[in-house]
Design a protein around this ligand. Structure first.
Ligand code: FA5
Length: 341
């Protein structure tokens, strides 16, 4: 019997040597290990073996079975590795000297407009500050004269973490920390990403950028505020843009204004980008409320200041004629590619 087994082993290895494709390996597996396979057949003969030889016989057949299994597995792995090697060598070699078929990378329109506004304010003596995206309730609301349960919070629902912190709803959340850091006099802008629980449409996103600006000094008045807003807009657009200033309520400024821009998409006629009003709310602003200055450690007998919250994402829409704000977060390279610089 052991000779038969030896012959079978030899025959198997010869056939395995000749096999070189997946179906040939499978065929061999079935021929030797399948239900009616040669090795399976040897196992089935166990009953016919004399009891005193059964243990030895069984061990040999099982060893042969394992040998067949592992030999086929090894050959399959070798064949895969060889195939891969050939593929890399023949067809998938990279030629780094070939010209690229991909377009050049580009800055995102929001980055472009942010850098532009930063330059404008830097040239007027403002420092550029960075601030956290995850903030606490005090900085986002309380320090801004928005106590708990104040109705102004309804318009700025956001995403809360289990530790009570939240994703900042506006860049105003940095005002208190920056006032405490530098004191007065102070000129600073701080761009940042904001998050709100919003129903999105052509001019509302749940994740968007703002740029806050504050100026605190002696004798700062609404005239200073209007001057800086006008300068910023005329520099960004390099042409006259129609804007309007109207009263607006924000608990952290008094008086407060809404600064709207005539919709650049429809020329003020009304379209989905401006909710058919012809105007887009762009940059609310106002004189900083004394409570906010006090919370920031500023002497309100000596200093006054203005603040604004520029909607950077909307500014990018208006500057580049992007009809739907959602395109800006979409990662759609086809539309974003136009801004290659
Ligand atoms: C604020 O966030 C105030 N913190 C702004 C401010 C700062 C007022 C300093 C006074 C003084 P508001 O929620 O209106 O205000 O947002 C300001 C601007 O951000 C809007 O005019 C708009 O341009 C932009 N904005 C607000 N919500 C969204 C949104 N969901 N999607 C895109 N842009 C938005």
């Amino acid at each position: 019997m052991s000779i038969t087994m030896e012959e079978l082993r030899k025959q198997f290895h010869e056939q395995l040597q000749q096999a070189n494709a997946a179906d040939a390996f499978e065929e061999l597996r079935v021929r030797y290990l399948g239900k009616k396979g040669e090795v399976t057949g040897l196992l089935k003969q166990m009953g016919a073996i004399a009891p005193e030889m059964r243990k030895d016989y069984g061990a040999k057949v099982n060893a042969l079975k394992e040998e067949v299994e592992s030999s086929i597995k090894k050959r399959i792995e070798e064949a895969h590795a060889k195939e891969l090697e050939m593929k890399i060598a023949a067809t998938e070699r990279y030629d780094l000297s070939l010209p690229s078929t991909l377009s050049e990378g580009s800055y995102h329109p929001i980055t472009l407009v942010q850098r532009e506004v930063e330059q404008i304010f830097a040239s007027m003596g403002f420092t550029i500050e960075d601030y956290d995206e995850i903030v606490d309730d005090y900085h986002c609301f309380e320090a801004l004269n928005i106590p708990k349960h104040h109705p102004a919070r309804d318009m700025q629902d956001t995403y809360y973490l289990s530790n009570g912190q939240l994703l900042k709803t506006h860049t105003s959340a940095a005002q208190n920390a920056i006032m405490k850091k530098y004191g007065a006099p102070l000129r600073a802008i701080f761009p940042g990403r904001c998050f709100r629980n919003e129903s999105t449409d052509a001019c509302h996103e749940n994740t968007f950028f703002q740029m806050e600006g504050i100026m605190i000094d002696e004798n700062i008045s609404i005239s200073n505020l209007i001057y800086f807003m006008k300068t910023m807009l005329s520099e960004v657009f390099q042409r006259d843009v129609k804007v309007r200033l109207r009263p607006g309520f924000f608990p952290f400024v008094e008086p407060g204004f809404e600064l709207d821009i005539s919709c650049a998409i429809c020329g003020g006629k009304g379209c989905p980008s401006c909710k058919n009003s012809g105007w887009l709310e762009l940059c609310p602003c106002g004189m900083i409320h004394p409570n906010v200055l006090k919370a920031g450690g500023i002497d309100t007998d000596k200093y006054t200041g203005f603040a604004f919250g520029l909607g950077l994402t909307r500014l990018a829409m208006m500057k580049y004629g992007i009809k739907d704000i959602r395109d800006l977060n979409s990662g759609n390279l086809k539309s974003l590619d136009q801004f290659v610089k």
